[in-house]
Design a protein around this ligand. Structure first.
Ligand code: ADP
Ligand code: MG
Length: 287
């Protein structure tokens, strides 16, 4: 089967320029990325600031083209500009700041904007708007002004706007960076549901380790390279490396590791509070 996304030795170099526009140096932001994503997968890309995550996201949306190597999205070579529209239709992008993505004064009009631009017939637009807003749990807010919504609600409206264009894949570049914990949780839950119920391929870019537990598979980036990959559990068990790449591991994993250091016999890949409490209660019962 052809993977939905396939990056092979993908390199991106930015040129550094002085005030006159002369190139003074090269900044290698992606340094040989190999990634394969199957349709329907939920992938997380984790990395500290400056590791190359947004540069990679822009490649997935054909906003940047490879300096070296190749990238295929939905079978289309992103280095050929002829494919730009098709790539963007296959893979919609949600950005960090919800305020920069919402354009209309009424939620339902905002969600209808994308399909309208694509020339979708009016009746079909309203059907899609209704469906998308229901999918992200924002249908009851359809007549409201986006200005009155919380950050998390705005991000869900932005996701509905992408859904209304019927993409196969949604790329989210740090969609929760500006949200409070409740908003973060609601966005991640929404994304997970779209993956499970609508079979939308998800690429979630984040530096919050807690969020990647929702993913099937995690790539860890540093210095423009993929340094680690595996299931969330496999990755979280390698805490020393994660700390080396300036990532903070979940509090509950830290507590578990501290207990292990003190000689408590528990697994080192604990991700959830309930998991740790259950294990500790079982240990206690045995004493
Ligand atoms: P992240 O999203 O993980 O924070 P980025 O992809 O934004 O990382 O940046 C990766 C590297 O590329 C950083 O060193 C950054 O300074 C550099 N970079 C990003 N955008 C540009 C640009 N437009 N011009 C030059 N360098 C850039
Ligand atoms: Mg970024």
């Amino acid at each position: 089967m052809i993977p939905f996304i396939k990056a092979e030795s993908l390199v991106h170099e930015y040129s550094r320029r002085d005030e006159e526009g002369n190139i003074t140096g090269i900044n290698r932001a992606l340094d040989g990325i190999d990634i394969e994503v199957k349709a329907g997968d939920f992938i997380a890309v984790l990395g500290a600031n400056g590791s190359g995550k947004s540069t990679f996201a822009k490649h997935l949306n054909a906003l940047l083209v490879p300096t070296e190597g190749t990238l295929y999205v939905d079978g289309k070579d992103t280095s050929d500009h002829i494919n730009d529209l098709a790539v963007r239709q296959s893979a919609g992008m949600v950005f960090q700041n919800p305020d920069n993505q919402i354009i209309a004064n009424i939620v339902e009009e905002d969600v209808g904007f994308g399909p309208e631009n694509m020339g979708v017939p009016t009746e079909e637009i309203w059907k899609r708007v209704e469906e998308s807003l229901k999918n992200v749990g924002m249908y009851e807010y359809r007549k409201e002004s986006p200005n009155h919504l919380s950050g998390g609600q705005k991000q869900r409206v932005a996701i509905a706007g992408i859904m209304a264009m019927k993409p196969k894949c949604i790329i989210l570049d740090e969609p929760t960076a500006m949200l409070d914990p409740k908003g973060r949780e609601s966005v991640i839950k929404t994304v997970k549901e779209l993956n499970i119920h609508e079979n939308i391929t998800i690429i979630l870019i984040t530096h919050y380790m807690e969020e990647v537990t929702a993913a099937d598979y995690v790539y860890v980036m540093a210095d423009g390279q993929i340094k680690m990959q595996g299931t969330p559990r496999q990755v979280f068990a390698r805490s020393e490396e994660l700390i080396k790449y300036k990532l903070t591991i979940p509090e509950v994993t830290k507590i578990a590791l501290a207990l292990i250091k003190k000689g408590v016999k528990i697994p080192k890949d604990i991700l959830y509070v309930e998991e740790l409490t259950d294990i500790l209660l079982k240990l206690k019962a045995r004493q």
